[in-house]
Design a protein around this ligand. Structure first.
Ligand code: DOR
Length: 439
């Protein structure tokens, strides 16, 4: 199948490309890219070519989310690899790294093989992460060598910190031997105690049990010390505090191998959102204060953050209903990420498209050791088309994800993923009346 994408604005910070371009996709690859010629194009309307006029929409390399929970095996009522991949396609992601807190935990090659087999049934690329410890229980190391052989690209006990520092030290040593990054969920469980939201003014007036920022920062400091000791590659998952950020920057300046990711929700929302006790605002780490938000936003524009990752963490309606105290931590993030970042950060000049492509494509690929071919002739045609003018309203009932909780539910957004292409094939199309998944 051949597809001609006419009149788009390609974004790729690593390539010399035209501002307005027409791209021909053939055999799953970008076979031609040239400056849009509005005077008429000879290939337009040619037989056997599906021609799409993108009317100036942005064209990005298919986004990579290095932090999502697809829940399979074991928690298929929350999400499956299929529904998660549909949510990814709808959000413009063509590659997703999935977290190992499944049932069983992905701490062994058999579970990784199972995830890979399921992943082969969907068109997006799914790269499973392995756990650091057996059962993510924090005491015994997982079979790191076998996990590496099975093809995992990173190790994490996400959802649970590795509280035992000696175990984390050994994990870092093994991970270095296999050239894998340790992706750390930084949380001191004793200090976080039974907390459910960020500790500050709003936790006081809402009467909710607080989680101090220090619960995250203490563990960031510890993991940086261990990364220095072991020489391991450390990636901080869902960084959310300004002091945590300062520590990452200081460590990096000293030559310690540390990278960090931030979520769209920690870049756009604060703990004030919890007013009203909506459990769609309950995430771990919690939505933080204004100072944290500002610092993270500023860090983006100074290239101090490496990755934006969704922490897509779907739960069932039952798990999210009831009191704020009892509800599960986590929200579905894949389907809103790009549009929220566009409206809240790009349109307000806090982020630009080229940086976004670094944060959501090149840098996650580099950290996980994935190939990033970008927008060049000959590259695999994994592409995201984003219409910056389309107005829409977030409606979680329309989510492809089985998780129906989002703090953005009801938001009016300007800008939307229009088309997602994987290996030269349209897998998501929102040009008609109804958004369609085409696989
Ligand atoms: O909010 C969260 N939910 N944070 C995590 O770290 C884990 C995740 C989950 O698995 O539900």
């Amino acid at each position: 199948m051949r597809i001609l994408l006419k009149n788009c604005r390609p974004v790729d910070p690593e390539m010399e490309i035209p501002e307005r371009a027409d791209l021909l996709l053939e055999d799953g690859r970008i076979s031609q890219m040239k400056t849009t010629d509005n005077q008429g194009d000879s290939s337009a309307g040619s037989a056997g070519i599906e021609t799409l006029d993108l009317k100036g929409a942005y064209l990005l390399p298919g986004l990579i989310d290095m932090h999502a929970h697809f829940r399979e095996p074991g928690y298929e009522e929350r999400e499956t690899i299929r529904t998660g991949s549909e949510a990814a396609a709808a959000g413009g992601f063509t590659t997703v790294a999935v977290m190992p807190n499944t049932r069983p935990v992905a701490d062994n090659p058999a579970t990784i093989e199972l995830i890979k087999a399921r992943a082969a049934e969907v068109p997006i690329d799914i790269t499973p992460l392995g756990s650091i410890t057996k059962g993510s229980a924090g005491s015994e190391l997982a079979e790191i060598g076998f996990l590496s052989q099975a093809g995992v690209r990173g190790l994490t006990d996400d959802g649970q910190p590795v509280m035992n520092s000696e175990v984390m030290r050994r994990a870092m040593e093994y991970a270095s031997d296999f050239e894998l990054p340790i992706i750390s969920h930084c949380e001191d469980l004793k200090l976080a105690a039974e907390g459910v939201m960020h500790e500050g003014y709003y936790s006081s007036i809402l009467g909710l049990k607080p989680i101090p920022a220090a619960a995250e920062e203490i563990m960031i400091a510890r993991d940086i010390a261990l990364a220095e000791l072991t020489g391991a590659r450390l990636h901080i998952a869902h960084l959310s505090t300004f002091r945590g950020l300062e520590m990452v920057l200081q460590a990096r300046a000293k030559g310690i191998k540390v990278t960090a990711e931030v979520t769209p929700h920690h870049l756009t929302l604060t703990d004030r959102e919890v007013l009203g006790y909506d459990t769609a605002t309950k995430v771990n780490p919690p939505l933080r204060g204004q100072q944290d938000l500002k610092a993270l936003q500023q860090a983006l524009s100074q290239d101090e953050i490496d990755v934006i990752a969704t922490d897509h963490a779907p739960h069932t309606v039952e798990e999210k209903m009831g009191t704020f105290d009892s509800a599960a931590f986590g929200i579905s993030g894949l389907e809103t990420a790009l549009a929220v970042l566009h409206q809240e950060l790009i349109l307000t000049d806090k982020l630009d498209w080229k940086r976004l492509v670094r944060l959501m494509y090149y840098n996650p690929a580099k950290i996980l050791g994935l190939e990033a071919q970008g927008l060049r002739t000959g590259a695999r045609a994994d592409l995201t088309v984003f219409d910056p003018d389309k107005n829409w309203q977030v409606d979680t009932d329309k989510f492809k994800s089985l998780g129906r909780h989002s703090p953005y539910n009801g938001w009016e957004l300007t800008g939307k993923v229009l088309i997602t292409i994987k290996d030269g094939r349209i897998i998501y199309d929102d040009r008609g009346d109804q958004a369609e998944i085409l696989y």
